[in-house]
Each structure stands twice: as C-alpha cells, then as structure tokens.
Design a protein around this ligand. Sequence first.
Ligand code: ADP
Ligand code: ZN
Length: 369
Amino acid sequence: MSSSIDIKSASGTYQAHVGRGILDEYLKKEIASLNPNNLFVLIDENVRKHHSQHLEPLFDKLSERVHLLSVPEGESSKSLAFWSEILDFLLQNHLQRSDAVVVIGGGVTGDVGAFAAASALRGVPLIHIPTTLLAMVDSSIGGKTGINHEMGKNLIGAFYQPKSVIADTRFLDTLPEMEWSNGLSEVLKYGAIRDRVIFDECERFLDGNRNKIPAKTLISLITRCIRVKADVVAEDEFEGGIRAFLNYGHTFAHALERACDYGKISHGEAVWLGMIAAQHLSKLRGYEAEGDFIRKFRPLYHFRVSAEELSSDELNRHMKSDKKRDGDHIRFILLKKWQHPVIETVMDEDQVNEAWQMVFRQISPSTKQ
Ligand code: ADP
Ligand code: ZN
C-alpha cells in the first residue's frame, strides 16, 4: 500500500511517494529516468548505521559509480563549513549537471544536502529520502533548503525543488522516541490548521508503542500532512500570504527555543507548547478553538526545561526581535476555530502574557496532563 501526492511549484510538478518498503522500486525508477553518470549519496550517519545492510546493495545495483558521504548528526552539520565539505566532495568527484544527488536523513541532512545540490553547478537533480517523521511531513516538502549562520538559524539557503520525494516508513522502525514526538508536533499542526482527520489518526500515538501503529495508519497520516503542506505551498510558494499558516505555534516556539539557547528544548517540544499558547490566545480574543485536541498529547512530551527558568518578559523580547514582526507588535497565527487559521497582530501584551502562563502550567511538575 502506498500513495503518491502531486506537488506543484513554479519550477514544475513532482511527486512525493509514501509507503512501506517502497524505496527500492521508486528510487530505481527515478534513477532510470535521470540516467546519471555518477550517483552522489549524502546520508545521515545514524541512518547509515541502522540501514546499510539494505542500502548499500541497493546503491550498487543502481549505479556503477556511487559516491557516499556520511552527514554527522546534529545542527552543526547545517553549517557553512559542512556545506563547503559537501561541495568539495561533489566537485572533487567531478560532479556533472546530468548527475544525481540523493539525500537520506532527517531535517539536518535534507536541508544542508539539498542546499549543496541547489548550489553546486547552479543546481543538479535532487532526490529527497526523508527518514524522520518530521522530515517526511515537513522539511522535505516545499523546496526549502538551508544552513545556519552565527547570526541565526536558517539564514542562508534557497528555494529548490527535488525531482521527487520518497518517504519509506520502514526507516521509522529505528527512529528514537524523542524524534517521534518532534514529528508529531508538526503533524498536529496540520490537523489544527486544515485537516481534522489528522487529529483522529493521531490517537494511535497515545497507545504507547509507536512500532505498533499499523502501516496503513502511518501512511495515511503522512500522506494527509504532505497534502496540506503541498496545497498551502502551491498557493503561496515564496511566502507572503497563507504559507504563514504553516507557522502555527511557531512564533511562541521560536522564542522558547531562543530562551533555551536551542539546548534544553527541541523544536518539536517548543512547537507543541507554542500551539497550546496560540490556542489559548485565540480563546482570549474571543475565538472558538475549544477542546483539547493538542493538549491530550502531553504524556508524549518529556520537557527538560522548567517554568522557573523562563520569563514572559524575556520571551516577549525574543518574539519582538523575530524577523516576522509587525513594528513593535507581534503577528500571530490564531484559530477562529479549529481548521480556520487567521493572521492577527496582537497589541494587548496582557493577553500574550496569559498565553505564556498557559505554557508554564504545561511544564511545571504539578501539571499531570
Ligand atoms: P529532524 O528531522 O527532526 O530535523 P535530524 O535530522 O536532526 O532531525 O535527525 C534527528 C536524529 O535522528 C539524528 O540524531 C539522526 O541521526 C537520527 N535519525 C534520523 N533518521 C533516523 C532513523 N530513521 N533511524 C534512526 N535514527 C535516525
Ligand atoms: Zn516546525
């Protein structure tokens, strides 16, 4: 069982394929149609460790000239230094325009690898093989590529669309637990802004054992998320309008990540808390986002930061220095009701502080749910 979703962009339409055990078939097809002289593979070091028995014979079948580079785990691979290392690897092995670059890994490998593919020789064919839930539903879709700069995250990059995306859920068998909840936050985000069925399908995550989620459910869930992202991005490829809805929860989340120096909180944890804050702020402004569709997933998150370490003043300062502000006031994605997002500038700082209080309650030890 698998599904294929059309992703439309200014540079053409390509497909994302989702299924279990589909990698060999789709990669073979894609390589046959590109017919590269050299095949360059950039692969997350942990994915390589867990899956090399399957992957290495596959690469050997695909091409006689396979060049493999491991990408070390962690944000430090999203650097100018590592991007430059990838370019050395590609160019020293005589990359040509007609070759192909395959990136296999989570958001880190995908972002830096795709940026290298976008910039080498001004762009060579790229295939995304996301291996985390987050990368399957978010970072591999929409053409964003990028690396960090000491002035901030993701400040360098380009929009660059792949030839195709192959999301094989078999990779998720080895995904560490924390990475599941990281991805779950983005999945719930799509449920909140557009597709109610996503909430229902996520109930499976509450059973405890991720590896018992039926393949069919997982494929359906990932497909739904990709469809939401693809639809929104197609309507607004270069950002400006409704693409901002994909940032639901993220204005709060980025402030939390900065307050924790990107250390004590993961992106997914921050996004989950940010969505709780945004829902609360929506209610304070008279909207009807009732129900605990997101809050009920609290048991899946294990926060390492405590409320005492955070202050709403500091968090508000971070939000105001974010690049997407509107003068001195902050623009939030709120919910008129579930699946009905709006963009709104909020002048009333007391309301924002109350939203932060809701976040603090979620991470203080006395909060059971
Ligand atoms: P994200 O997709 O959340 O941005 P990263 O690219 O940082 O994540 O990957 C998160 C972590 O999971 C890294 O340590 C990476 O090596 C590891 N990883 C990625 N995919 C898998 C997988 N399928 N199995 C095991 N570990 C994985
Ligand atoms: Zn995110």
